[in-house]
Design a protein around this ligand. Structure first.
Ligand SMILES: [Zn+2]
Length: 174
């Protein structure tokens, strides 16, 4: 387990994305932590609200989500994506590319056995989850020895933080 000097190790969401993570243009993205274009600023519900909808809605001006307050619209993107909506799939594809760029950086540092994806996608339909994982995988420039890497939706819920805290407490016997 990675703890780090001040307990902040492996807080991966606030690692800055590589500049070319989105090959179709530039999506201006600000995170609540104050940084620009970190993973969380794209691959999160907050990222959809603060950065992805403001980028994509002007490209789809007649989209029904344009009529809603942005916070409500953000929560409906997943449901629209499940029905195949073009803009919502573009939003999830952008998230998948951001995750792919980030995973590429991480596997070249840690060489892990597998990568688990958590967050809201856990609750998506099976078809959307498989599509999302495929988009992530397609965007990673694997080296030959990396191509067998497992990338899966976290199998038993999004509990990495709680599990890590429990393991840490057990090991530290606090
Ligand atoms: Zn951040």
């Amino acid at each position: 387990m990675l703890v780090g000097r001040v307990g902040f190790a492996a807080e991966l969401g606030h690692v800055t994305l590589p500049a070319d993570w989105y090959p179709e243009g530039t999506i201006p993205a600000k995170c609540n932590c104050g940084k620009n274009s970190d993973l969380e600023s794209i691959a999160s519900l907050t990222g959809i609200q603060l950065n992805l909808l403001p980028y994509f809605l002007p490209l789809f001006p007649d989209h029904p989500l344009a009529l809603l307050p942005i916070k409500d619209a953000a929560k409906k993107v997943r449901g629209f994506a499940e029905k195949g909506d073009e803009m919502s799939r573009a939003i999830f594809r952008a998230q998948a590319w951001a995750l792919g760029a980030h995973i590429d950086q991480m596997i070249n540092v840690f060489d892990p056995d597998a990568v688990f994806i958590g967050g809201g996608v856990i609750e998506a339909s099976e078809e959307l989850r498989r599509w999302y994982l495929a988009k992530i995988r397609e965007s990673i420039p694997f080296r030959d020895e990396q191509t067998e890497l497992d990338i899966e939706i976290v199998p038993d819920g999004d509990k990495a933080g709680a599990r890590g805290a429990a393991v840490f407490a057990f090991q530290a016997k606090v």
